[in-house]
Design a protein around this ligand. Structure first.
Ligand code: IPE
Ligand code: IPE
Ligand code: MG
Length: 239
């Protein structure tokens, strides 16, 4: 794979969204419990984040835990929260030198999230808020419809008038991020499941069959090639 060539291609996306689906099925297929799938999934995430940054992509949103995922069994939710705790420690240790801003989308005041996770999430956002090289957006306790309602309520409270698209977007978690170009959802499911509905209005979609823990750098390159072969028209007439 010619990484240098891909890196310099002007058609590369600037903002990718990853719906890291299929951890549970990946584990089940191997006779393992679902949580082991999450462990492999989150280990894989680490590799892919760094790879994506090194490719020159500027923003990455990752669906880590949806508002609806609270409907899962308590032991699975507890395990995921423990993984987020570890993930935030890792980011703090390893990403400070990588010029990464961590911008978490989702309600970090929700008391269902363990206190240490809430605290670490806020701390890392504060610590990295001036970094400009890359924005990493882990969506944790996130729901797209909830995000839109939160923005509406903020606007109502502030009394702001004449809200257009640009002003409205200032109230989204992704206010400082670039337009979402490309969404990859692994495991073959073809839906958004409440992931960035506002931001994805003009995104390109790609639904590879592989489950997330098995998704490699080669698969990322393959996905990028698919993206670059698409004809994005934005309502106009092109190509
Ligand atoms: C997605 O994998 C990861 C999270 C929800 C964190 P799933 O847990 O949804 O895996 P499947 O879809 O059940 O295989
Ligand atoms: C979406 O996956 C959430 C994450 C990947 C974190 P789900 O597995 O929860 O979505 P559904 O239930 O298949 O729609
Ligand atoms: Mg799933």
């Amino acid at each position: 794979m010619d990484i240098e060539k891909i890196k310099n291609d002007p058609r590369m996306p600037k903002h990718i969204g990853l719906i890291i689906d299929g951890n549970g099925r990946w584990a089940k297929k191997r006779g393992l419990i679902r949580s082991i799938g999450h462990r492999y999934g989150f280990d894989n995430l680490q590799d892919q984040i760094e790879f994506i940054q090194d490719l020159g992509i500027k923003n990455l949103s990752i669906y880590c835990f949806s508002n609806e995922n609270w409907n899962r069994p308590k032991d699975e939710v507890d395990y995921l929260m423990q993984l987020f705790d570890e993930m935030l420690d890792k980011y703090k240790k390893e990403y400070m030198d990588r010029d990464i801003r961590i911008n978490i989308s989702g309600n970090m005041d929700d008391k269902r999230i363990p206190e240490n996770v809430r605290k670490k999430a806020k701390e890392i956002m504060e610590l990295t808020k001036h970094k400009t090289g890359f924005i990493l957006n882990p969506c944790i306790n996130y729901g797209g419809r909830q995000e839109i309602l939160r923005a509406v309520n903020e606007i109502l409270e502030s009394g702001e008038k004449d809200i257009g698209i640009t002003k409205f977007e200032r109230h989204l978690y992704t206010a400082d991020m670039l337009p979402l170009d490309f969404i990859i959802r692994t495991s073959g499911e073809c839906r958004l499941s409440n992931f960035l509905p506002w931001q994805s209005t003009y995104s390109e979609f790609y639904f590879p069959k592989k489950h997330w823990p098995a998704f490699t750098k080669k698969d990322i390159i393959k996905a990028l090639k698919v993206f670059m072969s698409r004809n994005r028209r934005f309502g106009a007439i092109k190509g």
